[in-house]
Design a protein around this ligand. Sequence first.
Ligand SMILES: *[C@@H]1O[C@H](CO)[C@@H](O)[C@H](O)[C@H]1NC(C)=O
Ligand SMILES: *[C@@H]1O[C@H](CO)[C@@H](O)[C@H](O)[C@H]1NC(C)=O
Ligand SMILES: *[C@@H]1O[C@H](CO)[C@@H](O)[C@H](O)[C@H]1NC(C)=O
Ligand SMILES: *[C@@H]1O[C@H](CO)[C@@H](O)[C@H](O)[C@H]1NC(C)=O
Ligand SMILES: *[C@@H]1O[C@H](CO)[C@@H](O)[C@H](O)[C@H]1NC(C)=O
Ligand SMILES: *[C@@H]1O[C@H](CO)[C@@H](O)[C@H](O)[C@H]1NC(C)=O
Ligand SMILES: *[C@@H]1O[C@H](CO)[C@@H](O)[C@H](O)[C@H]1NC(C)=O
Ligand SMILES: *[C@@H]1O[C@H](CO)[C@@H](O)[C@H](O)[C@H]1NC(C)=O
Ligand SMILES: *[C@@H]1O[C@H](CO)[C@@H](O)[C@H](O)[C@H]1NC(C)=O
Ligand SMILES: *[C@@H]1O[C@H](CO)[C@@H](O)[C@H](O)[C@H]1NC(C)=O
Ligand SMILES: *[C@@H]1O[C@H](CO)[C@@H](O)[C@H](O)[C@H]1NC(C)=O
Ligand SMILES: *[C@@H]1O[C@H](CO)[C@@H](O)[C@H](O)[C@H]1NC(C)=O
Length: 740
Amino acid sequence: MMRQWVKATLAALLLSSFDIAVASPQAEGLKPCGDAFYLPSKLSDPPYENYFYSDCRNISSQVVVTSPQPDSNLTIIGPRLLVAWPAGNSGVLAYLQPTNGKNGSLGIGLENFTSIQQPLMPIYESGVGKNPVVGVSGLLRVNSSARMDIAILGSIRTIRDFTEGPSILVPKIQDAIKYTEIRGGGVVLDRLWLDNVTTTTLSFSPTSKSGNDRMRIDNRTVFFNPGTYVFNASFNYPQLEQLTRQEVLNPASQSLISQNVDQTTSLSFLSYTNKLLAGAWRFLTYFGRDSMIATLLLQPVLSTGEGGAIEAVIGAALQRVNRTDGSVCHEETIGDYATYLNKQMNITSTMNQCDYKMIDSDYYLPVLMNNYFVATSIGKQRAKSFLSSPATAYFPTINKGLTYADTARITAEKIMNTSAPFAASGGQTKGNLVHLKEGQIVGQWRDSTYGIGGGRIPYDVNTALVPAALRAIASLSEAGFFPEHPTWKDDAARYAKVWEDNTLHFFEVDVPVSQAKSLVQNYVSGSKLPFPSDSSLINGTVKFHGLSLEGNNGQSVVRVMNSDDCFRHFLLNTTNDDQLSAFLNQTAEHILNPFPVGLSTDVGMLIANPAYGDNPVYAANWTNNAYHGTVVWGWPLAMMAAGLERQLERCSSSSKPAFCGDSTVFNKVKGAYNHLWDLIDANSNQLSQEVWSWQYRDGKFEQFALGSLPPPPGQSPTESDIRQLWSLTFLSVKRNEGLK
Ligand SMILES: *[C@@H]1O[C@H](CO)[C@@H](O)[C@H](O)[C@H]1NC(C)=O
Ligand SMILES: *[C@@H]1O[C@H](CO)[C@@H](O)[C@H](O)[C@H]1NC(C)=O
Ligand SMILES: *[C@@H]1O[C@H](CO)[C@@H](O)[C@H](O)[C@H]1NC(C)=O
Ligand SMILES: *[C@@H]1O[C@H](CO)[C@@H](O)[C@H](O)[C@H]1NC(C)=O
Ligand SMILES: *[C@@H]1O[C@H](CO)[C@@H](O)[C@H](O)[C@H]1NC(C)=O
Ligand SMILES: *[C@@H]1O[C@H](CO)[C@@H](O)[C@H](O)[C@H]1NC(C)=O
Ligand SMILES: *[C@@H]1O[C@H](CO)[C@@H](O)[C@H](O)[C@H]1NC(C)=O
Ligand SMILES: *[C@@H]1O[C@H](CO)[C@@H](O)[C@H](O)[C@H]1NC(C)=O
Ligand SMILES: *[C@@H]1O[C@H](CO)[C@@H](O)[C@H](O)[C@H]1NC(C)=O
Ligand SMILES: *[C@@H]1O[C@H](CO)[C@@H](O)[C@H](O)[C@H]1NC(C)=O
Ligand SMILES: *[C@@H]1O[C@H](CO)[C@@H](O)[C@H](O)[C@H]1NC(C)=O
Ligand SMILES: *[C@@H]1O[C@H](CO)[C@@H](O)[C@H](O)[C@H]1NC(C)=O
């Protein structure tokens, strides 16, 4: 058994209060993460302070400490300690509140261990049971008397049900927490998971020996006196194997490690040998759409070959395909929450589950496979051996007997079958477009209640993802994939052309100039918004494509201007010249014009602008406090930049589209590309976050944390992830100086 680095474990606490032996990790000569043994010690997004600890082999932990700020809304923001682990999508949450009852009077924070001048230390104990006990230890400062009424130990999903749902607590899970006072004045909370094997432990113990800060438990409430406490959070679940920064990037991109320490370290923290994770902390596990979009954008820098990042992503998706209908898994359910959901169905099992409600994830898979297995030489070499691998790691029983080739084919069959009716002669009807699944109100990336306004037929899926997937299937088929379907190389290409050319018009919205001016003015005055309407900038018909069809309240098109044009620009080389010129022209107008005329703000390109909706519900449902409202996401900035670049680059090829020769449109698109990059550069501090909002102050839009704003009526508060996989794509998407 290895010498323990830190003996601040339960056993040690029982023996002494704060007599922890610290061995410098460097001294052990174990530095698989290289210089980033500790990740950037702190990432600040007030009121959230994020800390990471990873050794790239046995321990990956994120700690988030929330403490109210002077401008915090004290109904929403309270003191909170959270620890998240990728293994089993697990974590610990503890809510503190002032014992005097006055919200805002209690502040908490982490302090450095003096011996190492770092806020976190690893817990690693092998030899205790089948799995080692791993976790983190830190010093928590509590500045006034506090009580902890609520702690959740187990799955991040259980934690999210509480923080994002209507404060759901499951008695069966909560009642299993054991509270124990220990020698030295500390307390230990531990809970045996529903699997009867894993235990999560959270302990606190005072650092002073005076006895003044002894802790107390009364009826499952823990009381803290002001002081500094050692906390230990650990569990004994099998760990994942992280890809180091060297391992996640390809040989040609190793220099990014020193150029972009934060992003490459964050990427490594989210990358493991068998999957990439979507974000920290809320989505610290497999998500199909997130990992595939991120990989499409990051492909030029990611490691290839067996054990590399690209194959980890494709393999993770292929292992989770539903063999019955070919759907790609959106979100995995593993660990304690899987056992819990099984139990809800009266099944006693720890078996993994998958959420298949999204319709978009299917389409990214063939595009990704084509970009790797057909378009790169290493991919070409790897295809045969990769495809013959068993697809059983995630669903050993359910997917028994299937290889990657089988699950890839089953998904492609689903795509071919469901796109055929629209592609057939005379089949170009709204009814033949791809709809959300029955009974679901979400199905693509805008997956919140009003994300696409209740629409059944999403814009991105139908105008971009379906034809892009069909092009990819045609190309894969041409290269010898899907031998069971020899006609696909022609069929899929034919379908793709029909989908490319005949879907945009369903979503088109044209607003005549005078109506557009008054809508924008009414939007600002009607909702008492603090910024100017800039309506004088409107000098032509405003054109855009709505978010979806068949929306709430009988809306045939959901008339919200949006950033989803980026999918077509990034994923397709369409060949209908009139359509392409007008479409690029439209996107450029949206990017160049300030919100609410267009999408541009000081904090970046907004993903939605409801000003032209001509319906008060629009202004009420797409707000700056809604997850998919008038907010900025990192990845659409990257995909739009990459997409416009791809289209502009076509002008240097031998078969130039017509817009290249229309100097007005061409220059406008180039102008939009550079304006977008100016916005990206001006917001470099928050680009790696999932999503951010704004406040309008002193004539400017200023960045503001989404989770600090009260949620829209009837919706839950949404806290942004400090680091999101697909927001790290600026590692590969860069401004093309040749397009200045
Ligand atoms: C990490 O885990 C491996 C395998 O369990 C073990 O051999 C090694 O000692 C651990 N590393 C540390 C630093 O404890
Ligand atoms: C005090 O904060 C808690 C959350 O920390 C919240 O539930 C409660 O509503 C707040 N009370 C007031 C009066 O804002
Ligand atoms: C902890 O130490 C780091 C240097 O490792 C320093 O930058 C940071 O300010 C310290 N934090 C506190 C709270 O003292
Ligand atoms: C765990 O143990 C309890 C009590 O013995 C039992 O009811 C339950 O089915 C077990 N759960 C699993 C997943 O084995
Ligand atoms: C313990 O707390 C629970 C709710 O948190 C309450 O219902 C119960 O009455 C309390 N018991 C005592 C003895 O105070
Ligand atoms: C696959 O989808 C079918 C419905 O099409 C469903 O009945 C089945 O449970 C799904 N499989 C898994 C593993 O979730
Ligand atoms: C599970 O069993 C309980 C008690 O027998 C029953 O009420 C419930 O309907 C069952 N749930 C399912 C999903 O079968
Ligand atoms: C319309 O407005 C844009 C700026 O928003 C300007 O560049 C363009 O010249 C104007 N066109 C006409 C015809 O006034
Ligand atoms: C580009 O957009 C402007 C403003 O809406 C419009 O006047 C012009 O006709 C458009 N050009 C093309 C080629 O669509
Ligand atoms: C948002 O839209 C839904 C559906 O149209 C509507 O029921 C709801 O009232 C809207 N919300 C607000 C705050 O207007
Ligand atoms: C579009 O064409 C460019 C060359 O002009 C090429 O680099 C790119 O891969 C093509 N994209 C697709 C999706 O076919
Ligand atoms: C604070 O949040 C509550 C709960 O969402 C909300 O009702 C209230 O309006 C917010 N206060 C401010 C000043 O925004």
